[in-house]
Structure formats: structure tokens, C-alpha cells
Design a protein around this ligand. Sequence first.
Ligand code: ZN
Length: 167
Amino acid sequence: MANSKNVVGANKVVGFHYTLMNSKGAQLESSHGGEPMMYLHGAENIVPGLERQMEGKTIGDKFDAQIAPEDGYGVRDARASQSVPRNSFPADIEIEVGAQFTAEAPDGSIMPVWVTAVDKDTVHIDRNHPLAGETLHFKIELVSIRDASKEEVAHGHPHGPGGHHHH
Ligand code: ZN
């Protein structure tokens, strides 16, 4: 059924509304009241556990998805935090708790890091996603499915409303 027009599968651009709660039931994020989240299926735009549960769904489907950390933002790595001098960041940018930067790993690859604390001369960063270690509770409502363009497939993300606007 993967080629069926209105079924989520590879190379479909999918729009959905969601509410994300942690395991204590506290709401972390919601798309309601704004634009739906758009993603390219099969391109790892969303956490793997949610992408798997989207497979085969159709417009109008509503479902709850409970995602373990391994299938979400990963398990928390206690060795992933680091302190770096403030002056290793450009002087003209504001550094706030929760801000995301990219850093170069020892192997030369680019990895995201998040600021967890800021002192006068030191910035504490962590490679863990802020939601690492959390079991994610999503309430999902599928609102759109369309075929991705060749360009979107090549880029690995959707363009247009709700997608990237870098062209
Ligand atoms: Zn693009």
C-alpha cells in the first residue's frame, strides 16, 4: 500500500498536528493553534519511533504514540557535557540557556550542542538533546499527505508552507 496516494510512506510530505507530553503528563510542545508540522517521510526529519508509527496512516487519522528514549531523542549520556570558555563563541551573539549551536566533533563531523548554563567566563554545553532520556507521549492528528518533489527528496526535507524556505 506504500504507493497509495493518501497513505504515509517513503517520499511523502506529511503534515500533522501534535501535542507532546512527557511521562508526567506535562505538555512540552504543541502545534495546535499554529501551522501543522511538515516532514518528509523516510528522511529522518522526525524522531525514528514516531516516523515508524506514521507509516501506513492516512489523512484524518488520530493516534497516541508512546516513544521510548532510544526511539526518540536518545538516552542521556552523562559524559556528553562540557565547559568551554565564553570567548570560544563569537562575541556578538547572545548565549542563553537552551540555545542550540553546532560544534565540530573530533572526527570532523558536525554535531548539535545545547547550552545548559552560562557563567561569566564559561559556557556549559551538552550534546544530549534537551529531551534525551524522556519517554515521549505524542497525540497525533494527520492533516495532509502529498508526493514529495524530486528536489525535496534530494534535499531530504519539505519545501513550501511549513517546510524549509531556503530557496
Ligand atoms: Zn531544501
